[in-house]
Design a protein around this ligand. Structure first.
Ligand code: AMP
Ligand code: ZN
Length: 116
């Protein structure tokens, strides 16, 4: 699946997920909409492990205050969960280093034991 070409004007140049959004780092793209992309986690911790990422950079969900981006993010989370899991899944936003965040670009983990 090709990433839609869209300049990310709020890119953080050092951010790996900004690079993925811009197509500068390859990924296994699952789905996208105007505001977010979904791709496979490189080191899956469950049979289904998909990351859903807003296209604009913010360090974490508390910093993401753009309503359109928030709505787009959750629309894509719902689509991915509905189409790539059997309907039972975990949704996780690790926020802050102590709580396990290692990539400081807002992202949701969609984790499930069973794909659709
Ligand atoms: P977190 O620890 O909550 O910040 O989650 C970051 C996630 O990103 C981890 O589960 C990593 O396995 C994953 N990850 C890191 N780099 C990449 C990459 N280039 N492509 C896909 N997933 C990645
Ligand atoms: Zn970023």
């Amino acid at each position: 699946m090709e990433l839609a070409t869209k300049m990310n004007e709020e890119e953080n140049l050092d951010c790996i997920f900004c690079k993925i959004v811009n197509g500068d780092v390859p990924t296994e793209l699952i789905a996208e909409n105007e505001h977010a992309i979904a791709f496979l986690d490189l080191y899956p911790k469950a049979p289904v492990h998909i990351l859903v990422v807003p296209k604009i950079h913010s360090d974490n969900i508390l910093q993401l205050d753009n309503s359109s981006s928030l709505i787009g993010l959750f629309e894509l989370i719902r689509k991915v969960a509905a189409t790539k899991t059997d309907g039972q899944f975990k949704l996780q936003f690790n926020t802050g280093q102590r709580e396990g965040q290692s990539v400081f670009h807002t992202h949701a983990h969609v984790l499930s034991e069973q794909s659709k």
